[in-house]
Each structure stands twice: as C-alpha cells, then as structure tokens.
Design a binder for this molecule. Structure first.
Ligand code: NAP
Length: 553
C-alpha cells in the first residue's frame, strides 16, 4: 500500500477479480472449489504457509478434534469421502491437516491461493461497486465480491499479563505452535488455561516435563474422549450409508452431527435410571454425553444432575480431595461453556510431577525473568504455555480494517456486538459475505457441516444474481435487526448465557457481552436460509452497481 493516503486503499491494479476469499481453511477451500465451478475468477489470501486454517496453527501436543472423524469431513464429493481413510475415532491434528492438504491437492486448489499473505484492509468503493483489498505484502486487488472464510477461533489471545517481555524462558500459545514441535523433557513448565486446548495438552506435557504447574482460573467440565483406532466395521457402516447419514445430520440434528438422541427430560427420570444413562454415555465417551436427556441445556434442574455426575467422576479419579474440589466446575451449567473432551486429563493430577495452582486464590501478578509470580508464590519456569484461547467469532474479522458504504467501519457497526443477517452479511457492507459468521450456528455445529451449508447458500445466491442480471447484494437493516433479536431471544431461552464463556465474548476484556452463535439448531436455521432464498432473497436487496450497468457478476 505504499503511497496510499491513510485510511484508503490505493487501487491501481488491473482488471478486478470476481471474488476474493480471505482464508484457506476448510471454508476457503470449499468456497474456492465451488466458485471455480461457477467460472468466477477467484483469489484466496491465506496468512499461513499452507492450507488448513486452525489445523495449520494448532499443532500443540494432544490437539485433536472433538467431532468424530467419520463426521468431521466434507460431504460434497462422494469419491473423497469414500477414498479418504481416518485412522482414529477422533482425528489428531496432523491427520486433519493432511486431509486439508489432500483436498487442496485433489481439487488443484493451491494455484489460486496466495500463502503467507495477511489481508489488512478491505474497503468498498461505492462508485465502482468494488471491494479494494490490501495485504501485508503491499499488494492491492479489487474484486466484485469479498468472502470472509476467516474462521471462528483463529485470532489467538494472550492475556495482558505484566512482564510478558521480561520472561527469559520460552513462551508458546497453543493456537500458534512451532512447526518443529517442542521438547519439554526435564523442563519446569507452566500451562496457563484449562479450556479445551489446555485440557488436551496438559496430559501430554505432563508426560515430558520434569515439573508441570497448571495455572487454573476456572475449572471446566470435560468428558473422556475414549479415542481409539478406527474400527473398520464402523468405518464401513458410515461409508456404505454416507448419503443417508449426511441427510440425517442435515435434517434431524441440532448440530449437524449424528448423536444418540433422548426423548426424556433429565429431572423426570428416576435417579437410578438417570445415573445409568450418564454412566453408559460416560463410558462411550465424547460429547454425546450432553444428549443423555433432551433438556440439559434448557432446564437447570436437569443440568445439575449431569454436572453432579461429572463432579462425582472427578472426585473418583483424583486422589487428593482438595485438588479434586479445585478441578470441579461450579460456576456455570455443564455445556454452557464449550464442553471439553479429554484423554486422562483428571488422572494427570495424580502424577507426582504435576501441581494445580488455583488462580482464584492467588491471581497471576506478573511474569518475571525466571518464571511467574502469583499473589502468594514465585514459580520458576523454563517454558510457559498459553492455552488462553481466542478472540472468538469476531476477532479475525475486526483485526482487518473493513470499511463498507460511506466509509463505515465494521468495528463501528459492531461496536455493541456483531450484527448480521443470518450470519451471512452485515447491512452496509454489500457483496461481503461471512462464512459461519456470528448469528449463524457456526461453533455450535460441526464446523465443516456449517461451512458446507454457507458455501452452498452463497453459491446459489450468486447464481440467482447472475440470472437476474444484478451484481450487488446487501442485507437490509430491518431484516438484520429482526434476525439479531431472534438470535438473542433463542439464546435467552437456554442456559448458555449463564456462563462467562467466549460464546458471549466474556474472555476478552471490554468485548460487548452478546451471545454470538445461533443456538436455535441447524435444521430451523437451514430452513430459514432456504426460505429466504425461495422468497427471492427476502431481507436482502439486490441491485446493479451504477458503474457496471450491464455487468453481471
Ligand atoms: P478457552 O476455552 O477460551 O480457554 C482459555 C483458558 O485460559 C480458560 O481456562 C481461561 O480461564 C484461561 N485464561 C484466559 N486468560 C487468563 C488469564 N489472564 N489468567 C489465567 N487464565 C486465563 O480457549 P481454548 O481452550 O483454546 O478453546 C477455545 C475453543 O476452541 C474451544 O472451546 C473449542 O471450541 C475450540 N477447541 C476445540 C478443540 C477440539 O476440537 N477438541 C480443541 C481446542 C480448542 P477462564 O475460564 O477463567 O477465563
């Protein structure tokens, strides 16, 4: 952007592209594949050195998906889903990254992706009806459409702890792990954070470290994954029935994954029967536990029974009753923060080389050259792992300077929390789509499932525009306001807003407290999206850019 006045993008590049896609994770890859089929000229910009998105960056030991492998995969290509083989019930990060790379190779996607390139600014030029897009490599391009495939959990967050620059040891963030791996053998290691990432990496780090301190502010609920090598019969059942099983996921689930449903309410079941059901699901492993009864996220009485069960399991596993108590979550309903799944997490605290530090009693004061200082103790550390999470759902979008009509910034439009119509577009930002944006099921669904639905919807929309001979689409403010109200209203009927979770932005100081994903379920959500399309893209305004009267997309 050399020579460009501040706040504007110097756009001297040649012919505009049809579409720029930001991000080459699963969303960017599938989007590119579909846009090619439409014959649209497309360029993808990706910050990382390869495809994979979150699975490119999250290389920490123990990183693995919490959706079963047979379901955490693309459904758009029958050949792909038949030929790819998963080795474990829950795929580890290297295998998922290999899958993303395979998809890129198989569909020859890399030739349209600029890697190691971060998009810094995205400005709408109203007179030309074009988006001007600038990157950190000094490149600017213009494009008719801009599609954000930037992911929901891609903007890592390191807390503002004093002394970060003073610590003389090594510091890592789980969401930006060194590619060459880290050898903690014999080291004194501190892990800060006990969300999904911390819970996955702590048992692995404990096996290597000489001494591990786990710095916990809030304990989380975690269910054993019971990961195992892929069972061939199970794999066969999926592959033989993929079309039907994918249909069920689409039409008969809340999250786009198939789980064992219950038609019973938790607090109505007999205590013994309830206990048996929890125990059965606990033994089976995975997030299916949260479907033991159909009201666990709606009725606190039922939720309490599930939470009590998990707390009892923690007490039964952890030998030191004081540590067990510290590890038992009490400040939020189970499931209201993203439920974790683990391998030997609680048992790890029985190891002689692991100490749990309660930051509620003595918070972190600062990092020091030799380690970490809490309110009552100085801990000497060789390495610190920040498992402190993400500026979720909005962070990756707002770190770019996005300006729509009249120079309105997305940061300003979202200053009281994200506002979108269906999580797909924001009023005032024409031709700018967000894949799995806030206001859509996104993180409450299986991500690849949610991505496919959004990409397919966007492609249908572009085709509809082509047929109508229009080249601009924009969310209407009224429709957006109604959708935002609906998203809030549905969330308020559940137990989700009761937790200080990243779903409501509570992990980022100063972030507006708004429940960001749509919790109404993928089936009603899809129906709404389909209805909107069937009703001529109701709530969206289609028009023709003044400078491109005859130009179709
Ligand atoms: P997270 O759930 O936001 O957890 C961050 C942890 O860091 C929390 O325990 C938090 O404590 C702690 N923390 C933050 N700032 C702190 C500070 N200043 N001092 C002390 N502790 C601090 O982040 P995450 O574990 O990376 O997980 C984020 C999401 O990514 C998950 O919920 C999940 O959706 C996804 N994920 C999925 C998988 C999987 O598929 N298995 C694996 C990893 C991540 P408080 O709770 O007190 O704020």
């Amino acid at each position: 952007m050399a020579g460009a006045p501040e706040g504007t993008i110097d756009n001297r590049s040649s012919a505009p592209l049809d579409v720029v896609v930001v991000g080459a994770g699963f969303a960017g890859l599938y989007m590119l594949e579909r846009l090619r089929q439409l014959g649209l000229s497309t360029r993808v910009f990706e910050k990382g050195g390869d495809v994979g998105g979150v699975w490119y960056w999250n290389r920490y030991p123990g990183a693995r998906c919490d959706v079963e492998s047979m379901q955490y995969s693309f459904s758009f290509s029958e050949d792909l889903q038949q030929q790819w083989r998963w080795n474990e019930r829950f795929a580890p990060q290297p295998e998922i990254l290999a899958y993303a790379q395979h998809v890129a190779d198989r569909f020859d996607l890399r030739r349209d992706i600029a890697f190691n390139t971060t998009v810094t600014a995205v400005h709408f030029d109203e007179s030309a009806g074009l988006w001007n897009i600038a990157t950190d490599r000094g490149e600017t391009v213009s494009s008719r459409f801009c599609i954000m495939a930037t992911g929901c959990l891609s903007e890592t967050r390191t807390p503002d702890i004093a002394g970060l620059d003073v610590f003389e040891g090594k510091a890592y963030h789980t969401g930006n792990w060194p590619h060459e791996g880290v050898d903690f053998t014999g080291q004194r290691v501190g892990v800060i954070g006990t969300g999904s990432s911390g819970i996955q990496c702590i048992p692995m780090v404990a096996q290597q470290a000489g001494k591990l301190f786990v710095f916990q502010r809030t304990p989380n609920f975690s269910i054993p994954a019971r990961n195992a090598p892929m069972d061939e019969t199970y794999e066969r059942q999926w592959k033989d029935n993929y079309p039907e099983l994918r249909r069920q996921a689409r039409e008969d689930s809340t999250s786009g994954t198939i789980y064992e449903k219950s038609s019973r309410k938790g607090h109505e079941a007999e205590p013994l029967e309830r206990q048996r059901e929890y125990e059965r699901r606990w033994q089976r492993g995975g997030v299916n536990f949260m479907h033991s009864f159909n009201d666990l996220m709606l009725d606190k009485r039922s939720n309490d029974t599930a939470a009590d069960f998990v707390r009892a399991r923690i007490r039964a596993t952890v030998r030191d009753p004081v540590v067990a108590e510290m590890l038992s979550p009490k400040d939020h309903p189970i499931g209201s923060k993203r439920i974790c799944i683990d391998t030997d997490y609680h048992a790890t605290f029985n190891r002689d080389n692991v100490t749990l530090v309660d930051l509620r009693k003595a918070p972190i004061e600062r990092l020091i050259a030799t380690g970490l200082q809490t309110a009552d103790t100085e801990y000497e550390l060789d390495s610190i792992v920040f498992a402190t999470g993400y500026d979720a759902m909005t962070g990756a979008l707002l770190r770019m300077d996005i300006q729509g009509r009249d120079g309105e910034t997305l940061a300003h439009a979202w200053e009281s929390g994200p506002r979108t119509y269906l999580g797909l577009m924001t009023a005032g930002f024409p031709n700018l789509f967000t894949i799995t944006g806030p206001g859509s099921p996104s993180v409450l669904a299986s991500m690849i499932f949610a991505i496919e639905q959004h990409v397919d919807w966007i492609v249908d929309c572009l085709q509809a525009m082509q047929q109508r001979g229009t080249n601009l689409i924009e969310a209407e403010t009224d429709a957006q306001d109604r959708w935002v109200a609906h998203v809030n209203e549905v969330a308020d009927r559940t137990l989700f807003p009761l937790a200080n979770s990243w779903y409501v932005g509570a992990n980022i100081p100063g972030k507006p407290r708004v429940f960001m994903p749509y919790v109404g379920g993928v089936v009603p959500y899809r129906q709404k999206c389909d209805e909107v399309a069937a009703n001529g893209y109701e709530g969206f305004r289609m028009s023709t850019a003044p400078s491109q009267p005859g130009r179709r997309i």
